[in-house]
Design a protein around this ligand. Sequence first.
Ligand code: HEC
Length: 117
Amino acid sequence: MTTFRLTSTLSTLLMLIAAAPAQAQDGDLARGEQYWEVCAACHGQNGEGNETYNAPRLEGQHGWYLKRQLEDFIDGVRGAHEDGPSGQQMASMAATLLTEQAVLDLVAFIGTLSEEN
Ligand code: HEC
């Protein structure tokens, strides 16, 4: 009886663990890591940010927020003002992402940076 309960608790736990990343991310970590190489030039290898480039810290930030910012850059909602060179710089970066899937892949990968630190 005890063994049965333990086994079923364990399998419930495993199911939750297996389901969690898919729900939270839906992105491909390996592809995200590849894309990240370019981003790291300004935002730092671990997403720690770099004031010299006006590039903010991304590590530890909510995935839903990063996703919206990237979409806003791509859509020209953010980074389109002629007096905002930092935003423009990032907007031209985001334009290279093009696909929604690439944004998801990147956001998923950036989410792992906080775990590494
Ligand atoms: C040429 C330097 C540069 C590169 C390369 C770059 N960024 Fe940025 N990024 C910036 C700057 C500068 C800002 C701040 C924009 C502003 O002030 O509005 C920024 C802002 C952001 C933001 C918004 C952060 C916030 O807190 O609102 C996100 C998300 C982001 N970058 C993700 C990325 C990703 C993902 C990549 C790789 C595809 C990338 N960046 C590549 C310079 C860069």
